[in-house]
Ligand binder design. Structure first.
Ligand code: GAR
Length: 232
């Protein structure tokens, strides 16, 4: 088989994705819609929710996607992170994804879970990393008087929100912005950034390899992160 044929075959094979969620799942919905429209070469093979009341579960089930609810509250008792991780790992190993996407997943995962996961993991975060890791990012942007804000997609590593940034989308903070308004504006950017990033990964334009410059496919591409300048 020629090199070109190999590349062609892999381009047609959908990227098998598992998505971890905790809330509304609007980003999951964007991926479902793009998959169903044939706009993204992906197959969402399963969704894991750590909350039983997450609306994301309804979105996944409506699309016929398998869902594992590993609720952090079981009979009024909090499921410890180790128990959650053991169940989640078992489920992911059974699904065999190519990529694990944290889309609004709000539990901090341990280094050993990340290292033992059957696929690389990316996370969507509502700030221009490396600034504003953690929670309340919109409020903190306003308090600091920043002119720009946005969202990032990064590789997940043991250190919270600190893995290599893959892509970012940026907006200008305006005088009428409140934390709620910024959240809504940033989410509109997320709905574009996430499918774009997954498309770039599926097409091997972006790589999750440790040394992305060593790959023949990526050594002529721009230095990461890519900034997607999207206006809303
Ligand atoms: C998203 O805005 C995402 O940036 C944020 O949760 C929201 C989930 O929305 N994630 C984090 O804060 C992770 N630290 P969705 O459930 O509607 O996709």
């Amino acid at each position: 088989m020629t090199h070109a044929a190999t590349a062609n075959t892999s381009a047609q094979t959908p990227l098998r994705i598992a998505v971890l969620v905790s809330g509304s799942g609007s980003n999951l919905q964007v991926l479902i819609d793009a998959m169903q429209a044939g706009a993204l070469p992906i197959e969402i093979i399963g969704v894991i929710s750590n909350r039983e009341d997450a609306y994301a579960i309804t979105r996944a089930k409506d699309a016929g996607i398998e869902v594992a609810v590993l609720s952090h509250v079981e009979s009024g008792k909090r499921m410890g992170i180790k128990t959650f991780e053991a169940h989640a790992n078992e489920q992911l190993v059974a699904w065999q994804p190519d990529l694990i996407v944290l889309a609004g997943f709000m539990r901090v995962l341990s280094g050993s879970f990340i290292d033992n996961a059957p696929a690389p993991m990316i996370n969507l975060h509502p700030s221009l990393l490396p600034v504003y890791k953690g929670l309340d990012t919109h409020q903190r942007v306003l308090q600091a008087g920043d002119r720009h804000h946005g969202c990032s997609i990064h590789k997940v590593t043991a250190e919270l929100d600190a893995g290599q940034v893959l892509t970012q989308a940026v907006l200008s903070v305006d005088i009428n912005d409140t934390a709620e308004r910024l959240q809504s504006r940033v989410q509109k950017l997320e709905h574009k950034l996430l499918p774009w990033t997954i498309l770039l990964l599926a097409k091997n334009v972006l790589s999750l390899e440790v040394d992305s410059t060593s790959s023949q496919a990526t050594n002529y591409l721009p230095t990461l992160p890519l900034q997607l300048l999207i206006t809303s």
